[in-house]
Design a protein around this ligand. Structure first.
Ligand SMILES: [Zn+2]
Length: 150
């Protein structure tokens, strides 16, 4: 595993942790932003010296990083949120801000939120947003259960 992959993996773990503090999240966002910035610069400056395969691999890695760290919005779409590193990355990729991500749509009919996780349902595997998966994934009792009493 390369240094970049390790950094990305630990960044993703912190961002996805429920109990991560705001400070931890901000720090992780900074690291991700620095990596994105580095990657976008490298892709832009070195494109002439790289083979087509190398450019394609860098582009794929940049798309993966942007998908992981850009801000999800309704649509579903992802946005730079005004973060300069993400703006650079979107520019390199030739993407509008926000960029549509239909492949990440919640599979609940009529819902235009991002799917956040997949889970097995009696009718097959589903990918839903938090709202449409919370009861099945975490159970109604674990969210707000304390308010309902015993
Ligand atoms: Zn949904």
């Amino acid at each position: 595993m390369t240094l970049k992959e390790r950094a990305l993996e630990s960044a993703a773990q912190v961002v996805s942790r429920k109990r991560a503090s705001n400070r931890e999240r901000a720090f992780t966002r900074d690291i991700a932003a620095a990596l994105l910035h580095f990657h976008a610069e490298k892709l832009r400056d070195a494109a002439e010296d790289l083979s087509k395969t190398e450019v394609e691999r860098l582009r794929e890695a940049l798309v993966d990083m942007v998908n992981q760290f850009a801000y999800p919005t309704r649509g579903p779409k992802i946005s730079t949120g005004g973060l300069s590193a993400l703006e650079d990355a979107f520019e390199v990729l030739g993407w509008e801000d926000p960029h549509p991500t239909p492949e990440r749509k919640c599979d609940e009919p009529g819902c235009d939120e991002h799917s956040t996780c997949g889970w097995p349902s009696p009718g097959g595997y589903r990918r839903t947003c938090f709202e449409h998966g919370k009861d099945e994934i975490w159970g109604a009792s674990s969210l707000g259960g304390a308010e309902k009493g015993k």
